[in-house]
Design a protein around this ligand. Structure first.
Ligand SMILES: Cc1cc2nc3c(=O)[nH]c(=O)nc-3n(C[C@H](O)[C@H](O)[C@H](O)COP(=O)(O)O)c2cc1C
Length: 185
């Protein structure tokens, strides 16, 4: 699959099979992710790869945190929250490192890490896997960040859910670039 084909045929895959994914394959797509451009070569990305029971532990933190914010939350809603990280056999939480270097702008680091996530999505797709970039309140939750080893003020920009596709990609036509583009001479 060439680059343009990978870009044009990638779609979010929200439903994946529970089948395990070879460790080497996850290493391969992470290797692709870290080829992203980054200013000052500071490699601001942090990947926390969750497999097996660590996904249950994350779900429990998410459910307890939601309950703390909404004390009347019914058990059924807790169960839904608990199950979220189990939607895929591999879940990669992607954080942005803070830098003490005064030259470094946080916005640029966020851009670099987002580029790494896109590389990851494209590599996953090229390898016949499916992925979905998710965020939601959990990505901003200090308890979730603590569990993953991130500081409370550190950006967690993505939970990438990865697995073998268990759905056909959405056939929706993508909008054109034309109404978002101005040519200047
Ligand atoms: C920063 C970011 C956050 C996202 N968060 C969510 C999310 O929380 N839930 C979700 O269903 N999709 C989320 N998405 C995925 C988008 O919904 C998806 O990319 C969009 O619908 C376009 O579909 P495509 O990926 O198939 O092109 C997110 C995407 C980005 C870039």
């Amino acid at each position: 699959m060439d680059t343009i084909e990978a870009i044009l045929t990638r779609h979010s895959i929200s439903k994946v099979k529970p089948d395990p994914i070879a460790h080497e394959l996850i290493e391969k797509v992470l290797h692709a992710a870290v080829q992203a451009p980054n200013h000052y070569h500071i490699r601001p990305w942090r990947f926390i790869v969750l497999t097996g029971k660590s996904r249950q532990a994350l779900g429990e933190i998410m459910a307890q945190s939601l309950k703390q914010k909404n004390p009347d939350l019914p058990e059924t809603a807790m169960e839904i929250e608990r199950a979220k990280p189990l939607r895929a056999p591999i879940l990669i939480a992607v954080g942005v490192d803070k830098s003490s270097d005064p030259r470094v702008l946080e916005i640029e680091n966020i851009c670099a890490v987002a580029a790494a996530v896109e590389n990851l999505l494209l590599a996953v797709h090229a390898e016949g896997l499916g992925a979905m970039w998710r965020t939601g309140p959990a990505a901003r939750d200090p308890e979730v960040k603590k569990f993953l080893g991130f500081a409370p003020d550190q950006e967690l920009i993505s939970f990438v859910y990865i697995g073998y596709p268990d759905m056909l990609p959405a056939a929706a036509e993508r909008p054109s670039f034309e109404d978002r583009t101005v040519w200047m001479e």
